[in-house]
Design a protein around this ligand. Structure first.
Ligand code: ADP
Ligand code: MG
Length: 284
């Protein structure tokens, strides 16, 4: 299933003098089984938007529609949203906000239990999800707050996976990870995509956007500023200081400038670059 975002507005601290218009008439559509990314400078509204997808935040105006669920101000107390979080899973930017039980396994089982799965079965689902994110039995009884940042994020992720939602939203999933851990995590996310899930990744990492996602949305000051293919985004953001284009594309552009016949818009990873250079060399 996909998500339709329809003229969504949201303001924080509405009554304060420093009220912030975080979402300002945002509309776009994510299709079923899409693998998309949402980018934008810090404070542009990405996390706020993500929280409307599973009704942690209700739009002041407009609505978010997914499956039979309509997330709107009018529905903020409606029973019709029961079950929404079984359908849309959100892994927070700061996983510590998502962890609160005394052991890892209890934490991961918590969400499942909310949907009526009992005792042993909930624990089994938790163990299965922990295995998926690469945390073995030695973690089951550990306290979540004793774990490293990366491990906490994996536990938070397992808690969502155990519920098995159709749509998975990851807010900055690789922030603070080294390149190898990022790659492992992204490969895991690709697996979920292959299983038929819709994947939404919020990220600062343009390499990740370029390598994994076919479509990208850019937020700017609460508005949708761009939607399209990653290669088009990289031309679009040349004027933005704080958004960097992928390193592999920078290299490709330099080589093109130096007269090498390669097309930077066709380069999605190091292997593409190597292949393009070889192809050019063989022709030259
Ligand atoms: N809990 C909050 N209370 C008040 N303002 C907030 C809160 N969360 C975010 N904001 C403000 O809303 C805007 C959008 O923030 P956010 O959605 O977190 O952006 P991003 O995820 O793109 O960095 C920013 O101006 C931010 O300061
Ligand atoms: Mg954010």
């Amino acid at each position: 299933m996909g998500i339709k975002i329809n003229h969504v507005f949201y303001t924080y601290q509405k009554k304060a003098t420093n009220a912030t218009l975080a979402l300002n008439d945002v509309s776009f559509e994510i299709e079923d089984n899409d693998f998309i990314s949402i980018v934008g400078e810090t404070g542009s509204g990405k996390s706020t938007l993500a929280q409307t997808f599973n009704a942690l935040i209700f739009p002041d105006e407009g609505e978010v529609q997914t499956g039979n669920y309509v997330i709107s101000y009018k529905n903020r107390k409606s029973r019709s949203l029961k079950g929404l979080r079984k359908h849309v899973g959100l892994v927070f930017q700061f996983p510590e906000y998502q962890l609160f039980e005394e052991t890892v396994e209890k934490d991961v089982a918590y969400g499942v239990k909310n949907f009526g799965v009992k005792g042993e079965e909930a624990l089994n689902r938790a163990h299965e999800a922990l295995k998926q994110v690469g945390l073995d039995e030695s973690y089951y009884k550990r306290a979540p707050f004793d774990l490293s940042g990366g491990e906490k994020r994996k536990v938070a992720m397992a808690g969502i996976l155990a519920i098995n939602p159709d749509i998975l939203v990851f807010d900055e999933p690789t922030a603070g990870f080294d390149p190898q851990s990022s790659k492992e995590l992204m490969e895991l996310i690709c697996e979920f995509h292959k299983q038929g899930k819709t994947i939404i990744i919020i990220t600062h990492d343009m390499d990740l956007v370029n390598t994994y996602t076919k479509k990208v949305f850019m937020m700017e000051q609460g508005k949708l500023a761009f939607q399209g293919a990653p290669s088009d985004l990289f031309s679009f953001i040349k004027g933005y200081d704080r958004l960097d284009i992928p390193s592999v594309i920078k290299v490709a552009e330099k080589l093109k400038e130096k007269g090498m016949g390669i097309d930077p818009t066709k380069i999605h990873n190091n292997a593409d670059l190597v292949a393009a250079i070889k192809k050019w060399r063989n022709k030259a």
